[in-house]
Design a protein around this ligand. Structure first.
Ligand SMILES: [Zn+2]
Length: 384
């Protein structure tokens, strides 16, 4: 005995009545077997349908040896008749994606001879893996041709050819098939063995958008979105671009040039800050020339600036030069140098005593401590 698959004949059936043949309790709920169903079980890359059977929610649907099992959150009486209804929004989304995928795979196969060697469809994402690589120009061509197939509003035909007929048909298939083969044909576009649910006419897909293409195994992995998903994706990108355009007072078609200009401006300012800092550091070093050793607390210096100031001090001071930057609350970053000296003992003790970490070379070290300015000064006083 096999479950009658109502979705195979008519993918637009949303509700149905069926007899409960079996209902057994399992760890995650009740596993329900019906005489017939419109619930699509997971298979062929397409996820299962969700919905309700009577009072029970259908959480998962799986197929095993021709039998379709509905994992439900409530018990159903064996022998009783139940009304079932699938979550149509979820199913129609999968139909738009799946038929769109056939069109794109069919166009790529006929134009470039590559095979679809992997198909992944989830509620959030759809990808296809190809056996060869495509250039950006070729991808644009594929997208254009695939959308033309949508606008041509071609019928999507589903049929079960006889074994004799099957031998004469050049259909795409991922594996050797032994059971009665179900073929999905889109005229002058694609012919593929498939158990999934499809829209009746390609116009229902609305739009096919290729989103990205990355090298994967021997070929590429393409992410794409169809129908409402494609619209949602376009809206997301438009919203982001609009935000950038407002922030940069740039036209929506010129945001990347505006970001480029902003980036160049940032580079110019960084160079200017570096030059001004260097002038300040040299000035401080000149003012301290001749000191035996130096300890400074400076505001807002990044590790690289700390390093450069300490090096400037080491040019004018033969002893220990230590620069700290931070606050009593958040701790201090440090750079400590001693020309021709050996700081290893001091740095080790500093890190241990003041909750610090860091290190470097015998004559120069950088790191940070979790301590107050008073604690740091008291520690250094012991190492005079
Ligand atoms: Zn398919």
């Amino acid at each position: 005995m096999k479950t009658k698959k109502l979705y195979e004949q008519d993918a637009y059936l949303k509700a149905f009545t069926a007899q409960v043949l079996e209902c057994r309790e399992e760890e995650r709920g009740w596993m329900v077997l019906l005489d017939q169903t419109v619930f699509y079980p997971e298979g062929g890359g397409q996820p299962w349908d969700t919905g309700v059977l009577g009072e029970a929610k259908v959480l998962e649907v799986h197929q095993k040896e021709g039998l379709i099992y509905h994992l439900c959150d409530h018990k159903l009486e064996a022998g009783a008749y139940v009304e079932g209804r699938i979550d149509w929004e979820r199913r129609f989304d999968f139909m738009q994606q799946h038929t769109g995928e056939h069109i794109v795979s069919g166009v790529i196969h006929s134009q470039f001879g590559y095979n679809n060697v992997g198909f992944h469809l989830t509620q959030r994402q759809m990808t296809i893996d190809l056996s060869g690589e495509l250039s950006m120009e070729q991808l644009r061509q594929v997208e254009q041709m695939a959308n033309q197939k949508v606008w041509d509003n071609l019928p999507v035909e589903i049929f079960w050819p006889s074994p004799q007929e099957l031998e004469t048909l050049p259909y795409r298939s991922k594996k050797e098939l032994f059971e009665a083969v179900r073929l999905v044909r889109i005229p002058e576009t694609d012919l593929c063995a498939c158990c999934g649910t499809h829209v009746a006419c390609t116009g229902e897909i609305g739009l096919i958008k290729l989103i990205s293409c990355q090298r994967f195994r021997e070929g590429v992995r393409i992410e794409l979105a169809c129908g409402k998903r494609a619209l949602d994706y376009c809206n997301l990108v438009l919203e982001q671009n609009h935000g950038v355009s407002v922030l940069l007072s740039a036209k929506v078609g010129e945001t990347s040039q505006a970001v480029e200009r902003l980036y160049q401006e940032k580079e110019r300012l960084s160079a200017r800050v570096l030059a001004l800092e260097e002038e300040i550091f040299q000035g401080k070093a000149r003012a301290l020339a001749g000191a035996d050793q130096i300890t400074l607390f400076e505001e807002g210096l990044e590790p690289d600036s700390l390093r450069r100031l300490t090096i400037a001090l080491m040019e004018v001071c033969p002893g220990r030069c230590a620069v700290f930057s931070g606050s009593d609350q958040e701790g201090y970053k440090y750079a400590i140098g001693h020309k021709d000296g050996d700081l290893r003992q001091l740095i080790k003790a500093l890190n241990q005593t003041l909750n610090g970490r860091g290190g470097g070379k015998p004559f120069f070290a950088q790191g940070q401590v979790q301590a107050s300015r008073g604690e740091i000064e008291a520690f250094l006083a012991q190492w005079e």
